[in-house]
Design a protein around this ligand. Structure first.
Ligand SMILES: Nc1ncnc2c1ncn2[C@@H]1O[C@H](COP(=O)(O)OP(=O)(O)O)[C@@H](O)[C@H]1O
Ligand SMILES: [Mg+2]
Length: 237
């Protein structure tokens, strides 16, 4: 079953279309990746799905229900969360306050405490650092915190926008392991990445966006065997 469906979506800024006629499906319970070079339109596509950019044509459905006209906070309350590009933590707030901010839609403090415990079980380091100011943590720790903050909303769909960008090789590996673990907990993932090799190690299905258009799609195995992709991303035909 399809968790998220995008149909013939066109969106952009000012007069220019940045993504045009994009269709894709994110299967329930799976990791679907969206690969593409810098400037391909990946973030624009995500922002449009989340209601942060206007849809020029096409539509978006969640669990088969049209969400094209919903506001961003209403999409969030349907269980969709995004770990944004560039790890934006609230630097002057503590780790704990950052995590609590992720659960702002939940009014029941007992439920928030329960989620906090789950996030701490997942990231023991965040518990150790709960009273530290987020801005004083390392890049890798801030990456963990943004993922933890997203988990605090109890999502059913997590969209990651280039989570490995700028991380040290050790944290990149850890980051992909975390995403796989999150998916194994039953959360559907849309993973936007430029790190093709490691993304194809954990994803089930994939799409390739080039200059705002989907140029390849399919199972990860079929993408690995796609000769154009091999030439473009793996340096071999
Ligand atoms: N806020 C904006 N206003 C105008 N143009 C933008 C804006 N954000 C991105 N763009 C343009 O849209 C294109 C795609 O950008 P983006 O969606 O960020 O790509 P990606 O995430 O794949 O690197 C780029 O040409 C970029 O310059
Ligand atoms: Mg981007």
């Amino acid at each position: 079953m399809s968790k998220l469906s995008v149909y013939n979506l066109t969106a952009g800024y000012d007069k220019a279309d940045v993504v045009s006629n994009v269709s894709l499906e994110v299967m329930d319970g799976k990791i679907t990746c969206l690969l593409g070079a810098n400037g391909a339109g990946k973030t624009t596509l995500i922002r449009t799905i989340l209601g942060l950019n206007n849809i020029r044509s096409g539509r978006v459905a969640l669990n088969g229900v049209d969400i094209s006209t919903l506001a961003t906070h209403d999409i969030a309350s349907e269980g969709v969360t995004c770990v944004p590009e560039g790890r934006r933590v609230f630097g002057k707030m503590t780790v704990l306050e950052n995590l609590q901010a992720g659960a702002f839609l939940e009014g029941d403090s007992k439920v928030v405490m329960l989620r906090l415990k789950q996030v701490y079980d997942f990231f023991p380091k965040l518990q150790e650092r709960s009273h530290q100011l987020a801005g004083t943590m390392s890049g890798g720790e801030q990456a963990m915190l943004t993922i933890g903050r997203s988990l605090m909303s109890n999502p059913s769909l997590m969209i990651f926008d280039e989570p490995s960008l700028g991380l040290s090789p050790l944290f990149v590996k850890e980051n992909f392991r975390i995403i796989r673990d999150i998916n194994e907990k039953g959360i559907t993932v849309l993973l936007v990445e430029q790190n093709v090799r490691q993304t194809l190690e954990i994803a089930h299905f994939g799409y390739v966006l080039s200059q705002g258009k989907i140029v390849a799609s399919g199972s990860v195995d079929s993408l690995k065997n796609n000769s154009e992709l091999r030439a473009a991303y793996f340096g071999s035909a």
